[in-house]
Structure formats: structure tokens, C-alpha cells
Design a protein. Sequence first.
Length: 150
Amino acid sequence: MPEFKSKDYAGALKACFRRMDEILESEEGEAKLKEIQNKHGGTADPFSSMGETSSIASFTGCTATVVLITKDQIYCANAGDSRSVLGRSNGPKMCEPLSEDHKPENPGERARIEAAGGFVEENRVNGSLNLSRSMGDFEYKSKKELKYTE
């Protein structure tokens, strides 16, 4: 990854999260999701109502938190409501949050959702999803004219 090689660690983490979405949208990702579904999905097919042309990744998503530590910096990237906290054994501030939850009720997240044509109802994106960023969940990322971060 060029960002990592050039020590743009914040850019590298963003690129990794984007790459995960690209993998989920690929044929390889679709095959892996189907393999997981077949192995762990039981007898009921939760994706049967989505039709032959829809990808499992359209209705599948996950949150993630990644921490990268260099000799003098700590970088944290997250999508969704997974949290990272730095804990210390002593001192005035023993716990330091490294991430911020992406929740639909957060003013910035609500504005981003609404600018993309969505809505927040009962603190859920389009009345359904209870977090405002994730990997996968492409049914909420359908406007291809928007940048990935929008």
C-alpha cells in the first residue's frame, strides 16, 4: 500500500477500510460470503428474498476498529460503533478514548446521511441500521456519484 510505504499512516488506514469494501463487492468476496452463509447460516436462507441479481454484501456488514502504533504516534481507525480505548496503569487519565462511535444520532453523521438522501428515524439509518458507518451494507451506499466518505 503506497500510503503505508510513504508513512501516511492515517491515509493507509482509510485505504485499508476502502479496500475491504472493494473486496466485499468482488466475485471473490461474494464467494467467501456465500461459503460463510452455507457453513454457518443454518437451514433458513436469510438472503432468499434479495433475488438472484443482489449481492450478499448488499445486506451484510460489520464494524471494525484498527490501531496502528509507531514509535511516537498512535493511529486509530474505526467504522461503526466498535470502540478503542487506551488504558494506562496509573496517572491522572487512566482511560483515553481513541475512537468515536459512528451513530446516526450524532449531528455530523445525521447531516452526512441526509446529504446522501437517507434519513434518521428512531436513531437508525432509514429506520433500520443502528450505526452510520460500516464495511459492506451496500444497500446504504447505493449512490455511486457520492465519494466513498459521503
